[in-house]
Design a protein around this ligand. Structure first.
Ligand code: KIV
Length: 276
């Protein structure tokens, strides 16, 4: 198992990812939305960077992911791709980018691939199978996404844990099996009971990547800003903060502002001297 720092690793590939999964190594995925977050994620040695459509609510001030367009995703994806991360680079298909027609779906996913994506992720189960088949036929690897799929916020009636009841849980296990049979190389399981995620993980051979889906998935994903505590206020139950980014950074900026106001910044160390 390699835990080498990012700059001494070569680019993660899909066969490598499957090798790690079959060797029992837990997979680590985190979101990134620009070159700063991508550099930090890659330096931390994560296995997969997802340019998520959560960019909409995390960075762009939308209430949910529904307003995120291909143009917005391409803008953020390009910033991440320019850093040439060693992690496997996955682009999230935003709402309406894979709903209209097969041709449109391939064109949108293909535009991510041409910008450096090694795979795309899309939300949904059985009803998305025709699009998934078409993408895989077009040599575009697909990561599925089941459970609390944020693009379904309206039919779900809010961001609610899914698969709590037996019939829904059974449907989700069937969907997982179908995604695997269609050729998905892995799938995100979001916002489902831990027991159901464990059942899916033992049913399918491809890696499951959990978020709010308990400890029994093949790997875990979190939103960059959540792990690092970059957003104000409390976090959802499934998040563990590994830094108090918002408080620490606000404190640092406040100290700098104070230094500017009382004349302590800049001093000689930050100033240039004229030639003698
Ligand atoms: O967009 C996103 O951030 C995601 C992850 C939470 C899986 O889809």
């Amino acid at each position: 198992m390699s835990h080498l720092p990012a700059d001494s690793r070569s680019r993660v590939t899909l066969p490598q990812l499957h090798g790690w999964h079959h060797a029992g190594r837990k997979l680590v995925m985190v979101t990134a939305y620009d070159s700063v977050t991508a550099r930090i994620a890659d330096a931390a040695g994560v296995d997969i960077i997802l340019v998520g459509d959560s960019v909409g609510n995390v960075c762009l001030g939308f209430e949910n992911t529904l307003p995120v367009s291909m143009a917005m995703m391409n803008h953020h994806f390009e910033a991440v791709a320019r850093t040439q991360p060693t992690a496997l680079l996955v682009a999230d298909m935003p709402y309406l980018s894979f709903h209209l027609s097969i041709e449109d779906t391939i064109r949108n996913a293909g535009s991510f691939v041409q910008r450096g994506a090694q795979a795309v992720k899309l939300e949904g189960g059985a009803k998305r199978l025709p699009m998934i088949h078409a993408l895989i036929d077009a040599e575009i690897p697909v990561m599925g996404h089941l459970g609390l799929t944020p693009q379904s916020v309206n039919p779900m009636g809010g961001f609610k844990v899914q698969g709590k009841h037996k019939a829904d849980a059974l449907r989700l296990v069937e969907d997982a099996q179908r995604l695997q049979d269609a050729g998905c190389f892995s799938m995100v399981l979001e916002g489902i009971p831990a027991e159901l995620a464990a059942k899916v993980t033992e049913t399918v051979q491809i890696p499951t990547i959990g978020i709010g889906a308990g400890p029994h998935c093949s790997g875990q994903v979190l939103v960059f800003h959540d792990v690092l505590g970059l957003l104000p206020g409390s976090s959802p139950k499934f998040v563990r903060r590994y830094a108090q980014g918002f408080d620490d950074l606000t404190g640092a900026l406040t100290r700098w502002a104070g230094d500017v106001r009382d004349g302590g910044f800049p001093d000689d160390r930050e100033s240039y001297k004229a030639a003698r």
